[in-house]
Write a protein that binds this ligand. Structure first.
Ligand code: TRP
Length: 437
């Protein structure tokens, strides 16, 4: 459940539906499913194997599984760096979400009515202002830290077991509301009817990138979670379950969002624009209390999704520091949270007051976004899969996947082929095309 919580995040709710519609609906979905199960899930299994076999966090995991070639531990370090940058950006957007949740509950969003310009202005004004986003990201970061400080079982596990079912219930409520609005079918056809002409090469690459991001693979987080998985669990079934839930929630988010958007005669927008500019309009069109209730539900849902993902990122970072500095969990968590709040504040301020803070012509926010989406995860995933398929002793891999010979891993030959050839090749193609174009 905790790993599902990690996988299900902002990526499922505001990123997936939009790119799915943009790149040909059903056609994209088909390619996405192949990548999610064919590559994303395989990478997840590899990370689980590395974590459970070594029972360490990424850096030490790599070192301990190939004692004679210690250099591989830098792949683990790359994972940690990736987590660090992703979490800083994640905190900023989670802070926005939390702030919108308050605006929804207090009725502030509702007072803007069905005025797209006013809502858009509010978002720009808010996200570029200095204090409010920083205050909310700090509150959100502290909330995440409290869960981590309660421990893996009493914190992460307990919170995930409660919040994930709540998330599903909220999502289903939104789906029902959305599907019963007049004209809902246009939204469904935008999302599902296959249009292969819109599925360009770019769309195929976007599908792979999204599948990896959505499953939280390629940054060592699943190595850390893998190290907590009991010896008797079947890693194949676990990964299958996580992947299926993640895909299902992404699709349900689309069903909750697009019929409602089209029914109000609005156009879907990408990324932050969808959740913070288009949707408030949709809720306001429902009028009065209904609109307030549904917008509160939506932003609560998004906050929960963001929280369980942030938890896994913070856990990976804090567990790494515990292992490296041999500090107590309390100390390491505080150090990481303080550093993240500082970095996230810079990221947030670079949207407004500090927009002159630029790296290579990008604002700092866009720079971190590029690092997180284009550079770091594919590199780290590539290193991980090379290590897993070519360096780690094959006997260990088999032993871990079969639980010391208890399970029959009939899928193994296909799995081996994917990790040795297909996944590395796909990652190289994605990486090269994204930096060259
Ligand atoms: N999977 C998360 C989402 O869909 C985002 C994410 C990417 C993530 N990498 C991660 C979350 C690592 C936790 C850990 O939004």
């Amino acid at each position: 459940m905790a790993a599902v919580g990690s996988a299900v995040g902002l990526g499922n709710i505001w990123r997936f539906p939009y790119i799915c519609g943009k790149y040909g609906g059903g056609a994209f979905l088909l390619v996405y499913l192949c990548f999610a199960f064919g590559i994303g899930m395989v990478l997840m299994m590899s990370e689980f194997v590395i974590g459970r076999r070594s029972r360490h966090t990424p850096m030490r995991a790599f070192a301990s599984l190939s004692p004679r070639r210690k250099g591989w531990r830098y792949i683990g370090l790359l994972g940690i760096v990736t987590c660090f940058f992703i979490l800083s950006q994640y905190f900023v957007i989670s802070g926005w979400t939390l702030s919108y949740f308050f605006d929804a509950v207090t009725g502030r969003l509702a007072t803007m009515g069905q005025d797209a310009a006013a809502i858009g202005c509010y978002f720009t004004e808010f996200s570029t202002s200095a204090s409010r986003p920083v205050v909310f990201l700090t509150v959100f970061a502290l909330l995440t830290a409290v869960v981590i400080l309660c421990g893996v079982q009493k914190g992460i596990e307990a919170v995930s077991k409660v919040l994930m079912p709540v998330l599903v219930v909220l999502l289903v409520v939104l789906c029902i509301r959305s599907l019963t609005l007049p004209g809902a079918s246009r939204g469904l056809s935008y999302l599902f009817s296959p249009d292969f002409s819109k599925l360009s090469a770019e769309g195929v690459l976007a599908a792979l990138g999204q599948a990896m991001f959505s499953l939280s693979v390629g940054m060592g987080v699943m190595i850390v979670y893998g190290s907590y998985i009991p010896a008797s669990d079947d890693l194949f079934r676990t990964s299958m379950w996580i992947t299926a839930s993640d895909v299902l929630i992404a699709v349900l988010s689309g069903v909750a969002i697009f019929p409602a958007v089209f029914s109000c005669g609005l156009e879907p927008a990408g990324g932050p624009g969808l959740s913070y500019c288009v949707l408030p309009n949709v809720f306001n069109s429902m009028g009065g209390v209904t609109g307030v209730v549904f917008s509160a539900i939506f932003f609560l849902l998004l906050s929960i999704a963001a929280l369980t993902s942030s938890i896994s990122l913070l856990e990976a970072l804090s567990a790494w520091l515990v292992e490296t500095l041999r500090t107590r969990r309390f100390v390491s968590t505080l150090i990481i949270v303080a550093a993240e709040i500082a970095l996230a504040s810079i990221v947030s301020l670079s949207n407004g007051m500090w927009s002159h803070l630029q790296v290579g012509g990008d604002t700092f926010f866009d720079f971190v976004d590029r690092l997180n989406s284009i550079y770091l995860p594919p590199l780290c995933a590539f290193g991980t899969v090379l290590f897993f398929a070519w360096v780690m002793p094959e006997a260990d891999v088999r032993d871990e996947l079969t639980n010391h010979g208890v399970l029959r891993a009939v899928y193994y030959p296909v799995f081996r082929f994917i990790v040795r050839w297909l996944a590395p090749l796909a990652l190289v193609v994605v990486f090269l095309t994204s930096i060259l174009t």
